[in-house]
Design a protein around this ligand. Sequence first.
Ligand SMILES: *[C@@H]1O[C@H](CO)[C@@H](O)[C@H](O)[C@H]1NC(C)=O
Ligand SMILES: *[C@@H]1O[C@H](CO)[C@@H](O)[C@H](O)[C@H]1NC(C)=O
Ligand SMILES: *[C@@H]1O[C@H](CO)[C@@H](O)[C@H](O)[C@H]1NC(C)=O
Ligand SMILES: *[C@@H]1O[C@H](CO)[C@@H](O)[C@H](O)[C@H]1NC(C)=O
Length: 734
Amino acid sequence: MDLLSSILVVTNLLFFLFKISYGVLDSITPSQRLSDGDTIMSREGNFVLGFFSPGSSKNRYVGIWYKSIPVQTVVWVANRVHPINDTSGILMINSTGNLNVIQNNSVVWSASTLKEAQSPLLQLLDTGNLVVTDGNSEDYLWQSFDYPSDTMLSGMKYGWDLKRGLNRRLIAWKNWDDPSPGNFILEMTHHNYPEAYLWQGSTIYFRSGPWNGYRFSGLPGLKPNPVFAFKFVFNQDEAYFICTLKQSLHARSLVNQTNSMFQRFTWTEQGWKLHAYLPMDFCDTYALCGAYARCLVTDFPVCQCLNGFKPKSQQRWDSMDWSQGCVRNKRLSCEEKSTHGFLKFSGLKLPDTTHSWLNTKMNLKECRAECLNNCSCMAYTNSDIREGAGCAIWFGDLVDIKQFPTGGQDLYIRMHPSELGSIHKLNKKKRVVVIITASIISGLLTLGLLWRFTWKTTNRRRERKKEDVDVPLFNFTTVATATNKFSPANVIGAGGFGPVYKGRLCNGQDIAVKRLSKNSRQGLEEFKTEVVLIAKLQHKNLAKLLGYCVEGDEKILIYEYMPNKSLDCFIFEQNDNLLAWPKRFDIIIGIVRGLLYLHQDSRLQVIHRDLKASNILLDINLNPKISDFGLARTFVGDESEVKTDRVVGTYGYMSPEYAIDGRFSVKSDVFSMGVLMLEIVSAMKIRKFSHPNHHHNLLGHGLGTIVYMFGGFTFKISNLEMYSSWFAMCPKVS
Ligand SMILES: *[C@@H]1O[C@H](CO)[C@@H](O)[C@H](O)[C@H]1NC(C)=O
Ligand SMILES: *[C@@H]1O[C@H](CO)[C@@H](O)[C@H](O)[C@H]1NC(C)=O
Ligand SMILES: *[C@@H]1O[C@H](CO)[C@@H](O)[C@H](O)[C@H]1NC(C)=O
Ligand SMILES: *[C@@H]1O[C@H](CO)[C@@H](O)[C@H](O)[C@H]1NC(C)=O
């Protein structure tokens, strides 16, 4: 080596050292090396690359962290699994472009480029991406964004490069002191219809649901926003999600082993602020409700079988173990596949896509035909909801279905033809109402009433001889004609016991027709007896029974028609006819009068069991009339509390001891009354209410305590006192 070249080498070295010590360097070449203690900094000064020790550990790692953030926040680690135990480590890029972390001449960590470089350069970009380039080429021969640690940064593709078989996934640090891979992983699946999974070890912990054109099906909150833009790319070569910041702020998303969450933070003067996380709620727990069940977080219990399905094991289901899920009421047979139909379910997070198929060209009609034709196909829907295009179909059981109170997607589920008619009508009402199945009714009526009749009938028969109430018996044809053959267009509501139709008799009188679910096991005599009992209950705040109809397994009740429909059409916020407060007060008083009559003043003590806004009808002057009380449980003698294993009613209105243990009494109604009052005074639906700061429904939110106090647990004061407490409350709440 001559003198000149020696001087050149020395000046180069000095210049290099100078640059490193002042942190102005953003790259290194094969002739340079980065020792422990040196750093390079991205051009604008966002990020730094160097050696660090995490938490209280003494181990040394090569990593990238924010330059300007005082708490060292590491976003990428090179030698995660192979720490260096002293400060002798060196990072270098060799002449072909490969990266090596070296300790005492042995390679601790290395990364190889896609192809050999001629004049490689290792550079730290202001995005936090560490890249290897070759000469003047813009292409990256290697980049740290392809091998993320636990953190996703703006501009990082998260998901698959299918051509290279590269899976960009996030793996949590084991703990604060140890960046080696934990068992908590966020990964894009490789399915025909991809979605993201959060894994905890080898079990799925949460899934995002597939992309629907706007967002992942399970993340209805992912919307265009001022902070970041996002997109999902899915084609033959790639399947990835990418987020890019629209503002100059520091933001990072990471998988956190400590609390099993995927979290998104932004930097503020007070530190890192958490502003989004997954899973969001209990219903995000993967497959919590098993197959063919939906999870609605505002419900209690949160899991419900889908319409047309029943718990696989009723006993387990009742003990709140939903893992076995639900099975069809009617089995499907492949030979009859062409007779099958599809039932539309709305507001859902689409089921797990492990066994799915996707065609982005088909429309919904073609999709249906495709699904119908293959009897292992259980459901179909549009894959892109922006313009209702594309076809996604599911094979095998449908698991992990979440129901959203608002938003969510449609799914068409294969059904036995016999399941289509009846449910379809009920489904007309979009509102999330717990539809009580026929079996529950029969259970209630047989259990609740049969034994009573066995020892009371004789007495009653004698009584009835004397004061027989005249309840007209309608024939089925009359009722069918009046309701236009039970046309779906005539459905005006659906209660727990069956759909309600509007009808008009030949004489011009309008009627409301309640068609009880068919497969009730209740006998004819018992039904008639019950009708007579109902007819005896006469009060101006109870809906008046005009007649009934029995034919075959049809059981129908005919009530006077209320032109103003039910209370729910008036009290809720989105309604234009919102009632003034004094009117609301009158309505409350009216309902309470009716209830008091059912509970105390009538000859029978009647517990309604399904008191709710849609069961309160309003006459022309907006006087409230309680309806549906006829199918309630009547009490005899001095019993005051009964236990049932068939809980009927509507979640949200049910008292806890009833919903959980099936114990009911007049107190159950008083509880429901409390809920109803809350709805009337607040104009919010019990099941729709949401508060930005917590997950409670209307009950859990403050006033709930009052409902519990008066309705649920205070048995000692008499009913009258309870009612007057309600009255006392009303003006205050206004
Ligand atoms: C550090 O690791 C090297 C290589 O594994 C080993 O030879 C050396 O003894 C270790 N030093 C200390 C202080 O543990
Ligand atoms: C560069 O490093 C890689 C990985 O350590 C090694 O396989 C390769 O032989 C090295 N190339 C040269 C020219 O030293
Ligand atoms: C993980 O979450 C905990 C609790 O929210 C938080 O204190 C911690 O900083 C998080 N970990 C990281 C790496 O941000
Ligand atoms: C139905 O779809 C499944 C899954 O794609 C496939 O294996 C099976 O061959 C199909 N059956 C028919 C009859 O097309």
